[in-house]
Design a protein around this ligand. Structure first.
Ligand code: NAD
Ligand code: DAU
Length: 351
């Protein structure tokens, strides 16, 4: 038995693959184009392990998808591959339309052809799991109830609009063609192997380098943070027991303002790697806000708990400590992802 994972060399995908092989004998076929965000080093502990088959390739390549599905006959597809960074989507939305919309369309069509030709139990058991985001629901006001699975879609950035479009395609492929799909919409993840363009790893890496910690606007925007291995376990639960055609919201029950996240990271660094120059909070710098910045996200994760018994294992306190420690323990990983392309992005975006 095997599963096909797309985007398995990225942040969440690689954590999912590492977790999968810990608790299953099934082979993972990992299809990833290795964009700036894809990093095979995340998976180096699997070198020589026959349960991980890496294929460098694009989800927009239909011939490649057909070949992989025919060769490996996976029982499920878990679709992570995407352009994932909101700020990059503001600077250059075309890549988001291509990978997130066109790529998901191409994968759905390949999956439909493959699944359509399966028989009996193989056909009945097949699942297409689409990994999506809470950002498709738009922005909440301070006292609004958290997002449920029936919230209307109100995406506000090119990134969230492209993810919303992909969610709609997935839904339609189920309703029109019967493809056995599952969709999960998750809140902000954090943890090991998080590319340092996103808030938490950027703050850790900049603080350690004595660089400014750029906080957008007033820093009071709220996100709901989930430790990445909890996202992996939630997806496993949905694939195993989720009802076909259903959507499951995944979240950490942990809403925090950005400025409090940054201060928590600073306090942990003060404890674990104190700086001779003084507390890391001295580096906090308020900068121009992100255009169209969503004010608040919050996830109501009661459906996945009620139906599948899933709850996060980590609290923010345990998860953020592990995360900061991981970055302190892995300076070589950080140094290697800070390529020329990464430096160009920082210069372009932060000036
Ligand atoms: P990431 O940017 O770290 O990784 C994306 C991966 O997809 C990379 O390995 C990249 O090489 C690969 N990829 C990009 N374009 C591809 C293509 N055309 N063909 C094949 N592979 C391609 O992203 P992430 O943070 O790990 O997010 C993974 C998924 O989870 C995305 O779909 C994202 O929308 C969703 N999500 C992310 C979060 C979060 O907090 N990071 C939260 C909820 C949902
Ligand atoms: O909610 C789920 C989403 O979370 C995922 O779908 C996205 O793929 C993922 O990137 C993340 O999106 P955000 O935009 O919330 O994450 P980011 O880390 O870019 O920003 C988190 C918050 O921190 C956001 O309010 C913007 C703010 N921020 C971010 C950066 C990079 C800053 O204040 N300063 C920064 O330098």
């Amino acid at each position: 038995m095997s599963i096909l994972v797309t985007g398995g060399a990225g942040f969440i995908g690689s954590n999912f693959v590492l977790d999968w092989v810990k608790q299953s004998d099934e082979t993972v076929i990992n299809l990833d184009v290795l964009s700036y965000a894809g990093n095979l080093e995340n998976l180096k502990t699997l070198d020589g392990d026959a349960r991980h088959v890496f294929v460098k390739g694009d989800i927009c390549d239909r011939a490649l998808l057909d070949r992989l599905l025919a060769e490996h006959r996976p029982r499920a597809i878990v679709h992570f591959a995407a352009e994932s960074h909101v700020d990059r989507s503001i600077h250059g939305p075309a890549a988001f339309v291509r990978t997130n919309i066109e790529g998901t369309f191409t994968l759905l069509e390949a999956a439909r052809a493959y699944w359509g030709a399966l028989q009996g139990e193989e056909k009945a058991g097949f699942r297409f799991h689409h990994v999506s985001t809470d950002e498709v629901y738009g922005s909440l006001k301070k006292d609004d109830a958290p997002f449920t699975e029936t919230n209307p879609y109100e995406p506000n950035s090119p990134y969230s609009a492209s993810k919303a479009a992909s969610d709609h395609l997935v839904r339609a492929w189920h309703h029109t063609y019967g493809l056995p799909v599952l969709t999960s919409n998750c809140s902000n993840n954090y943890g090991p192997y998080h590319f340092p363009e996103k808030l938490i790893p950027l703050m850790i890496v900049n603080a350690l380098a004595g660089k400014p910690l750029p906080v957008y606007g007033d820093g009071q925007q709220i996100r709901d943070w989930l430790y990445v291995t909890d996202h992996a376990s939630a997806i496993r639960a949905v694939i195993a027991g989720g009802r076909v055609g259903e959507v499951y919201n995944i979240g950490g029950w942990n809403e925090m303002a950005n400025i409090d996240i940054v201060k928590t990271v600073c306090a942990l660094l003060d404890e674990l790697r104190p700086s001779a120059a003084g507390p890391y909070e001295r580096l906090i710098t308020y900068v121009t806000d992100r255009p169209g910045h969503d004010r608040r996200y919050a996830i109501d994760a009661r459906k996945i708990e009620r139906e599948l018994g899933w709850r996060p294992a980590e609290t923010f306190q345990t998860g953020i400590r592990k995360t900061v420690q991981w970055y302190l323990d892995n300076p070589d990983w950080v140094a290697r992802v800070q390529s020329g392309a990464y430096r160009d992005w920082l210069n372009k975006h932060y000036g």
